[in-house]
Design a protein around this ligand. Structure first.
Ligand SMILES: NC(=O)c1ccc[n+]([C@@H]2O[C@H](COP(=O)([O-])OP(=O)(O)OC[C@H]3O[C@@H](n4cnc5c(N)ncnc54)[C@H](O)[C@@H]3O)[C@@H](O)[C@H]2O)c1
Length: 477
């Protein structure tokens, strides 16, 4: 069986690389010719640990190649994966433009039977639309519209650990509908993923609509856990409790588990924000509201500004003349992905308040600059007060505060004494709760985590009726 992957981004490249490593002959197609040229030259346009090595090994062995020729790509695969983006449209629904354009392309080039596998995250009913778009082209060419089947195989990989997730999946969801080709389609999908089912069955078979919805349900559930913990953290801050104790206390309950219980400065990325929005939108289109999912989104948007709010509590709203260091720009560690990264919201707010921002990320550099320039396209002058540092320590020189926004491993155990010496004021706003508040307090470093019973929360006495902080002398310290 030969495989074609259409769309060579985070999901497409990982899918192609992993399947080629399992011995399949893979062709990856992308409409971005520059990206394809780079891949043909052995470059990898995204940062994903292990991907470069996997691609270069399988390229050298002739199991994977890259093309921007749609005809050649459709001809190659018995299985055609659709792995293109489904960005949010203006109303929050998933924009299916790329998916349906790929479907039309397939219909224009298809000659014999192909199994079309939708790996992009798409709303329920999209497989029907893909089917109709392919059939339309076939009929237009005077061919039978029965030459293909469409199945759903949503992807659950996590950027930063994508290869491992693909190669050692918790489960593989495959949606196949009853119909003319369902026996063949099921057998082909079974063969494709046989390596992952040898030890025990990991494939969860279902109908197409359920498979499409499963992906949204998974992301909404994970996002909800994060927003729930962020709300708990904000309350813990006011009550003088430590959310990290709460996390351990509830995570030990086997009904709850430890994953996705970390409070912080909000989630980002290419999936949770757009998928929760799309789910709310789908529900709305069918006359339903998704109260939990809507609240999850709202809490997350608010959470992205929590560190700026804390900084303003301490320094006042005008940050002119202040230098703020940022550690971490990517939406999470081990990726250069800046889509919906909280750093984008934080940096824009700091710049708008007059601060000078000096940021360091081990990997997200050119992507970060592109994203920030795009965000500030209406206020390009603000970029004059933004700079990228060459190292984490360089970012701290003369800084009035450090904000930690991404939990890269390199940031876990920094030399706090050296940091103190470099900063104008040793003040850390820890958006990922990496550090020990007590230890920092002993070192004389002011610390503000998210829900960590930190010194700012302790020193501030809140009027619980009005929620007005009354420790004014501390605010301007
Ligand atoms: N990134 C993730 O962590 C992740 C995880 C699970 C699921 N998903 C889903 O997978 C899908 C792809 O996500 P991604 O992050 O890989 O996107 P991406 O933006 O990184 O890659 C998409 C690629 O598709 C290409 N493309 C667009 N239209 C095309 C066309 N007509 N023909 C050929 N190529 C075309 C683009 O040039 C781009 O290279 C999305 O639906 C996403 O929600 C993403």
């Amino acid at each position: 069986m030969r495989v074609t992957v259409i769309g060579s981004g985070y999901v497409g490249l990982v899918t192609g690389a992993c399947l080629s490593d399992l011995g399949f002959k893979v062709v990856c197609l992308d409409k971005d010719e520059e990206k394809i040229r780079a891949l043909q030259d052995g470059e990898v346009p995204i940062y994903e640990p292990g991907l470069k090595e996997l691609l270069s090994r399988n390229r050298a062995d002739g199991r994977i190649r890259f093309t921007s020729d749609a005809c050649e790509a459709v001809e190659h695969g018995d299985i055609l994966f659709i792995a293109v983006g489904t960005p949010p449209a203006e109303d929050g629904s998933a924009d299916l433009g790329h998916v349906l354009s790929v479907a039309a392309t397939i219909g224009r080039h298809l000659k014999g039977f192909k199994l079309v596998v939708n790996k992009s995250t798409v709303p329920v009913g999209t497989a029907d639309k893909v089917r109709a778009a392919i059939a339309h082209e076939l009929v237009h060419r005077g061919m039978s519209s029965d030459l293909f089947d469409v199945v759903s195989n949503p992807e659950f990989l996590k950027e930063g650990a994508a290869i491992d997730d693909f190669m050692r999946p918790d489960r593989i969801v495959v949606g196949v509908n009853e119909g003319l080709h369902h026996v063949r389609s099921r057998r082909m999908m079974g063969d494709l993923y046989a390596s992952f089912n040898r030890h025990h069955a990991r494939t969860v078979w279902m109908d197409v609509r359920s498979a499409e919805l499963t992906k949204y349900a998974a992301n909404a559930m994970l996002a909800a856990r994060i927003s729930f913990m962020n709300e708990m953290a904000n309350l813990a801050d006011e009550l003088g409790a430590d959310v990290d104790h709460i996390r351990r206390g509830i995570g030990a309950d086997s009904r709850i588990g430890h994953s996705f219980l970390y409070a912080g400065c909000g989630y980002g990325g290419s999936c949770f924000p757009k998928d929760t929005q799309a789910l709310v939108n789908t529900a709305k289109a069918h006359g339903h509201s998704m109260a939990v999912v809507s609240a999850t989104e709202m809490v997350n948007e608010r959470q992205k500004t929590i560190l700026v709010d804390r900084l303003v509590q301490r320094m006042g709203s005008d940050l002119t003349g202040r230098k703020i260091a940022i550690w971490g720009l990517a939406f999470k560690p081990n990726t250069d992905d800046m889509r919906e990264a909280p750093s984008r919201v934080v940096i824009r707010q700091l710049l708008m308040r007059g601060a000078h921002v000096c940021a360091f990320d081990p990997v997200a550099r050119s992507h970060a600059l592109d994203a920030l320039r795009c965000d500030l396209s209406q206020e390009p002058h603000l970029m004059e007060r933004f700079e990228l540092a060459a190292s984490d320590m360089q970012a701290l020189e003369g800084a009035d505060a450090l904000m930690v926004l991404t939990e890269w491993k390199n940031f876990h155990n920094p030399d706090f004494e050296a940091m103190k010496a470099l900063m104008r004021k040793p003040f850390i706003l820890d958006g990922r709760n990496l550090y020990n508040p007590e230890a920092l307090s002993e070192l004389g470093v002011a610390y503000q985590g998210v829900g960590r019973r930190n010194d700012l929360a302790q020193l501030m006495d809140f009027d619980l009726q009005t929620r007005v902080p009354v420790a004014a002398e501390f605010m301007n310290a």
